[in-house]
Design a protein around this ligand. Structure first.
Ligand code: HGY
Ligand code: MN
Ligand code: MN
Length: 417
């Protein structure tokens, strides 16, 4: 601890670990792809285990595959103050999404151990299984399992190659039928604070390195199928077509307007045509919608209005549509006591307390079902994320990890909770 009573991590060591993890799963044309439980992610897990062990943490893997590094506190039997995030990525991702929270958490606990910093409560850093949900279609799998929200039917979810989550878990030496045993009690985890890149433009526009999330958006993921009739592209007159892509196109523009009107966001991230040939009118269109809002009711209104727009557009062309809810979570509020601890930590390292609502989802959303949560965000260059150009500076990574470090120390010695 320095003379102001604040502690500081080893910024160079943190930056090196981010770069080293970023070399696992690199894409030939730049970026990183480490889908959940893929070979690349399993290799990255071994790197995380080694780093946790080098930091002097007691390391275990729970039944959902979450890696947990733990430092015992001075008081026995206390609930842990936890931090963490994920190392699985989207496709062609950057180096920082999730990685900063896992590596920043390991660096914070390593600093506490190295410097012999007092902490009454035990401290944990958790590397959660499958936060992104990109491979199987449902996210927060590890954090939901820990929070007691594991769903057995997730095991049947399959990736684009047809491999189910059940098979992927077995491949990773996990017993898919025991995942629900990862559930922990409220007594076991007293608080969860996550460090993450902002993935947006707010902090950069404010000129601030670190932000404090007051709330995190909720999300609703739908899979939509519109079926028409495949036909010859040359001989089928326009008025005789039953073209599902035309119906989808009309609906997509309505979806954009609904999101704007509700003050939320909506994204069509995947779209597939069948049979998918240049000279065949598609018989079926399947696409996904990711809609989000900071408040529950407008999120619900978006889902209702978008569903109605899809059905109207299909019916107007005599087509059929089916809509399947594939994932979702309600917006969450950060805990007041944790926000205050983060704000005091910002002040102790010379940073202003900048508050914001976070549009990206995080394991903190799932952990909010188990305990009080907080979220520390750092600036993203040009707000770019889920992209090879995602980047945050070494200084901002260090600043965010210092705020995390001092927040964990505060919460671990706070006798009032
Ligand atoms: O989709 C998200 O907001 C996060 O990256 N899982
Ligand atoms: Mn992400
Ligand atoms: Mn993330």
């Amino acid at each position: 601890m320095d003379k102001t009573g604040s502690a500081h991590i080893n910024g160079g060591r943190l930056w090196d670990s981010i770069q080293e993890l970023g070399r696992i799963g690199t894409d030939p044309n730049g970026g990183v792809t480490r889908l959940s439980l893929s070979n690349e992610e399993l290799i990255a897990r071994q790197f995380i285990i080694r780093l946790m062990e080098d930091a002097g943490l007691a390391v275990r893997q729970d039944e959902a595959g979450n890696l947990i590094g733990r430092l015992e506190g001075e008081r026995q039997g206390e609930g842990a103050i936890a931090t963490g995030s994920h190392i699985d990525t989207v496709i062609h991702a950057g180096l920082f999404d999730g990685a900063l929270g896992v590596l920043g958490g390991i660096e914070a606990l390593r600093t506490i151990k190295e410097q012999g910093i007092k902490h009454d409560s035990p401290l944990e850093v958790i590397c959660f299984t499958d936060e992104e949900g990109v491979r199987f279609g449902a996210g927060y799998l590890g954090s939901r399992a820990m929070a007691g929200a594991w769903k057995r039917n997730w095991l049947e979810l399959a990736d684009s190659a047809g491999t189910t989550l059940r098979e992927a878990m077995k491949y990773a030496d996990l017993n898919p039928h025991q995942a629900a045993r990862a559930r922990r009690s409220r007594d076991a985890v007293k608080a969860y604070v996550e460090l993450h890149i902002e993935q947006g433009r707010v902090l950069e526009e404010l000129g601030e390195a670190v932000g404090i999330a007051s709330a995190i958006y909720g999300h609703c993921w739908l899979e939509v199928s519109i079926r028409g009739r495949a036909d010859h592209a040359g001989t089928t007159p326009m008025k005789l077509r039953q073209d599902p892509l035309a119906a989808a196109a009309a609906a997509l523009l309505a979806i954009e307007q609904i999101a704007i009107q509700q003050g939320g966001v909506a994204t069509i991230g995947t779209l597939n045509l069948a049979p998918g040939a240049i000279n065949v009118i598609p018989g079926e269109v399947v696409f996904t919608i990711d809609m989000r809002h900071e408040a529950s009711e407008p999120l619900r209104q978006m889902e209702l209005a978008i569903t109605a727009a899809l059905e109207r557009s299909a019916e107007a062309r005599g087509l059929t549509t089916s809509i399947r809810a594939i994932d979702g979570a309600q917006p969450v509020q950060a805990s007041k006591r944790i926000v205050e601890a983060i704000a005091s930590s910002c002040a102790s390292v010379g940073l202003t307390d900048t508050y914001m609502v976070c549009g990206a989802g995080h394991d903190a959303v799932a952990m909010n079902e188990l305990t009080d949560i907080g979220l520390i965000l750092i600036r993203s260059r040009d707000g770019i994320s889920h992209h090879p150009l995602e980047w945050s500076s070494p200084d901002d990574c260090e600043a965010g990890a210092n705020v995390l470090l001092n927040t964990l120390i505060r919460l671990a010695n706070d006798r009032s909770n």
